[in-house]
Design a protein around this ligand. Sequence first.
Ligand code: AMP
Length: 467
Amino acid sequence: MTKFSDLALDPKVLQAVAEAGYETPTPIQEQAIPHALEGRDVLGIAQTGTGKTASFTLPLITLLSKGRARARMPRSLVLAPTRELAAQVAENFDIYAKHTKLTKALLIGGVSFGEQDKLIDRGVDVLIATPGRLLDHFERGKLLLTGVQVMVVDEADRMLDMGFIPDIERIFQLTPFTRQTLFFSATMAPEIERITNTFLTAPARVEVARQATTSENIEQKLIEVKPSRKDRGFAEKRAVLRALIKAEGEACTNAIIFCNRKMDVDVVAKSLKAHGFNAAAIHGDLDQSHRTKTLDAFRDGTLHLLVASDVAARGLDIPAVSHVFNFDVPSHPEDYVHRIGRTGRAGRKGKAYTLATPADEKYLANVESLVKQQIPRGENPMANVVAEVDEAPAPAPARTKRRDESRPQERRDDRREDRGNRRGDRRDGPVVGMGDHVPDFILRSFARPAKPELDLEQEADADEAQE
Ligand code: AMP
């Protein structure tokens, strides 16, 4: 078995690795590090949790151990798609470089330019950045990329999802042609393939097996939610989520709840809080200090439920999550693999629940075809309760007005969807038993509740009454 000491790393790096408690290199480290140390370009196909951060950070520190940084000319560049990932790389760098004199700067949104400028002015060995922020600094004339000897691109497939590929291409063009490139992606989409063909030179391709989705440690369940009315889907899914969490009881020591859209992340987190759960949201629109605080609370166990978007949660190193709840079936099937891989780690047992409405049929088929299995169906704990809701009278128009006013601006897409649904309702539903002579204004009042989603306090009250 390969040992770290077989890998020709700088002795100071080896010391730090030993102090970090790592005994043997992971497969991606074992494969990528020797190529990187030889100065070759590396194309690493690996996802988070495989030890890929160390697979580029350890050789990077070793390669940079000789030489000195010059003012405004970083010697290496690490690009990560999100602030959290960039911050995580920076933390890793601090651990592995602690016995060296190498310096770093972290360029991410939400952190003031001034401090970063000072560091860069002095000269840094490693510049860790998100692409947009890096280009901001460059355009302000504070930074020269002509001294970059090694460039790392981490989570390239996520960069693609986030629309960063043009920025990455531009950054490649701003660095010297002779640089060494270490490029990591969990998947090889055609666009990623194109970039690597253009900017990498005869790369060593190293690939580690996709995380097993059918890991025996992860119990997967699909909960089918059939909304009593199309426009009740969002609220009813929240009720199902709460029932599932409650049913898990103490077995749910901590959980990540994934939503496809960041506006839903906020609403789901607020709704859980209104129902007395210890929950908080993390997504890209929240400011950095808020996100850091939330993550720290989740890591140290003071926060029980983290409601997250895929982008915000991607690559975050959060150990030991007992449960993952997919509030939506992810629209990118690979995200299902990433999401449920948050639980059942390191030999522990984990549970992954996915809520699916009939509208998710296509996404679900994609997920099941990717993981090559049918996700076992679980019982919807609210099935009967939802049936009761079905029989409830339509909400009163006065309430509707208040709801409309309280509805957050960003839920416009949903409203558009709702309008479509309402039109459907008008055709099929409200006229039953009333004949053809119902005056138009009565029809309108039935069809009007745009989003019969109660505001959160009302919702909590209503549910309490029900329970
Ligand atoms: P990553 O895939 O880079 O996000 O790493 C996932 C986790 O594995 C991090 O918590 C690392 O600290 C840890 N790790 C990385 N390399 C090793 C190793 N060789 N042995 C044990 N743990 C490691």
